[in-house]
Design a protein around this ligand. Structure first.
Ligand code: SF4
Length: 502
């Protein structure tokens, strides 16, 4: 039986498909293969690049997801919390499948499935029943709602809808329902993360007279689950108490043991309520928490430290920030880990030194990776993000201007993967670092791709490894240098190079 099952690798080579493709080409009166090839070659030229960069009203394969998806990711890291989409079923299904394909885990999300009548008469009735069903069927401890395009276009007032739902008895009056406006026609998943995190903190935090000794930590839109374990381990080594606000590391890494649990782990809601009373807050990303940082500083009156904990310099910043905030010396174990990381860099330096890189990803990730490749002697040439602002562009330019190896670096904010393709053909690099979607650029250009970022849907388990701190640095170094060596092996396959020692 199994020998009759073909996957796509062999299926479409079968004569029935090949004949169908040929017939389709004929029916569509397609251009000749020579003409197609000629046009393809033209798309690799500087002339085409200039046209491509002049386009204004069209985006092709942007490196971003829509706002609500980032909101759901912020929500799922809290104890017993059911993320909820006030919008159409299709939006919720897309978010769930997008995360599921990355984490290979169920990503529970409820939805009030708004349809045409809700678009005309308002989404309140759908929302009331959606809240009631979610509360009764899934027994959450908190529901966090985000909006989609449809509910934003018609201007639904979430605040009064939630109030009415409670007054009319659809859900108990004291049941926590937090909500954020996440219009998807502006911003991206990192803005949605920011809006939702801000809403949860604003709506759940209970300010007291006195501060405690804890430090709030928020990771930002960080899909490397091992990073959550890593930050807890580092705080433990310092002997300091952490209040990690949003921790999805258990619920998105559940065991297969015959029992499905919809909720696992997460930041206890009591800790969330107590967050305004911590003595300080540490943020591990900047650009996914602009509004959140401002709120914590102004409304909670806490000092906020922001670090980018990728690579050696970034990890040093992280460790020194914790030392400063806790008033404790750096533990010997972390000093040892630093030395081991430096040693690993020295071991691999000569394979990366002088190599050029094209990096794409979210703003914090792209900058952190650029700085990291320079620590290994690499030269970032293109740093491209779709969801970076002009402020990000200016700040990144200024930060990179301090580094010798960044002399050739070009920063591309608000550009998409089709722009990136033009850059790679007209100014090629030795390696691309990016998410799974960059695999088409690897195919097209022949430039090796090292997969770091989000989403990673065509390789397994990468999110189970850390990227932050010294241990995370060794992990990223391993991915990058080994991908470089794979590429050398591939290029020297039919030559006289028989080196086993690299
Ligand atoms: S862009 Fe709007 S309509 Fe599309 S999935 Fe996102 S929220 Fe839904």
């Amino acid at each position: 039986m199994s020998e009759k099952i073909n996957d796509h690798v062999s299926l479409f080579n079968g004569c029935e498909y090949q004949d169908m493709f040929a017939a389709k080409e004929k029916y569509e009166n397609a251009e000749t293969a020579a003409k197609v090839q000629e046009t393809l070659e033209w798309t690799k030229t500087q002339e085409y690049r200039d046209l491509n960069f002049a386009r204004q009203d069209l985006v092709i394969n942007p490196l971003k997801a829509c706002q609500p998806s980032g909101g759901l990711f912020a929500a799922i890291g809290f104890e017993g919390t059911m993320p909820f989409v006030h919008g159409s079923q299709g939006c919720a299904s897309y978010f769930r499948s997008h995360f599921m394909r990355h984490f290979r885990e169920p990503f529970p999300t409820s939805c009030d499935a708004m349809t045409e009548d809700a678009a005309v008469f308002g989404g309140h009735n759908a929302l009331y029943l959606g809240l009631q069903n979610t509360y009764e069927l899934y027994s959450p401890k908190m529901i966090t709602m985000v909006t989609s395009c449809m509910s934003e276009v018609i201007g639904d007032d979430m605040n009064s809808f939630v109030k009415n739902a409670k007054e009319q008895g659809f859900i108990p009056a004291d049941f926590p329902v937090t909500f954020a406006h996440t219009p998807s026609f502006v911003g991206s998943h990192i803005v949605g993360y920011d809006n939702t995190m801000l809403a949860i903190l604003q709506q759940m935090g209970v300010k007291k007279e006195t501060k405690n000794d804890k430090i709030n930590v928020i990771m930002g839109f960080d899909t490397y689950l091992a990073n959550y374990e890593e930050i807890k381990r580092i705080f433990k080594l310092f002997g300091a108490e952490i209040n990690l606000l949003s921790d999805p590391s258990e619920t998105l890494n559940s065991p297969t043991n015959g029992e499905y649990k919809m909720y696992r782990g997460g930041t206890p809601l009591d800790d969330l309520r107590d967050a305004p009373n911590s003595k300080a807050t540490l943020l591990l990303q900047k650009w996914s928490m602009i509004k959140t940082a401002e709120f914590i500083e102004k409304d909670w009156g806490q000092p906020v430290k922001v670090v980018n904990p990728l690579g050696l310099e970034g990890s040093d910043e992280l460790i020194m920030a914790i030392s400063e905030l806790t008033g404790k010396p750096v533990p010997a174990e972390l000093e040892l880990e630093r030395g081991q990381f430096v040693d690993a860099i020295a071991d691999s330096y000569y394979w990366i030194h002088g190599k050029t890189f094209g990096i794409n990803g979210d703003p914090d990730m792209a900058y952190g990776l650029a700085r990291f490749v320079m620590e290994m002697g690499g030269e970032p040439i293109h740093i491209l993000v779709s969801n970076g602002s002009k402020d990000w562009e200016a700040e990144t330019k200024e930060n990179l201007s301090k580094y010798e190896f960044a002399k050739g670096a070009q920063i591309w904010a608000g550009k998409d993967m089709w722009h990136f393709r033009s850059l790679l053909f007209t100014e090629p690099v030795d390696m691309i670092i990016g998410n799974s979607y960059a695999k088409y650029l690897e195919r097209d250009t022949g430039i090796a791709l090292c997969r770091i970022g989000f989403p990673l849907q065509d390789r397994h388990h990468l999110h189970r490894y850390p990227t932050i701190g010294y241990k995370g640095g060794v992990q990223m170094l391993t991915w990058i240098v080994n991908r470089m060596l794979d590429d050398i092996d591939k290029k020297t396959m039919y030559t006289t190079s028989y080196d086993i020692l690299r």
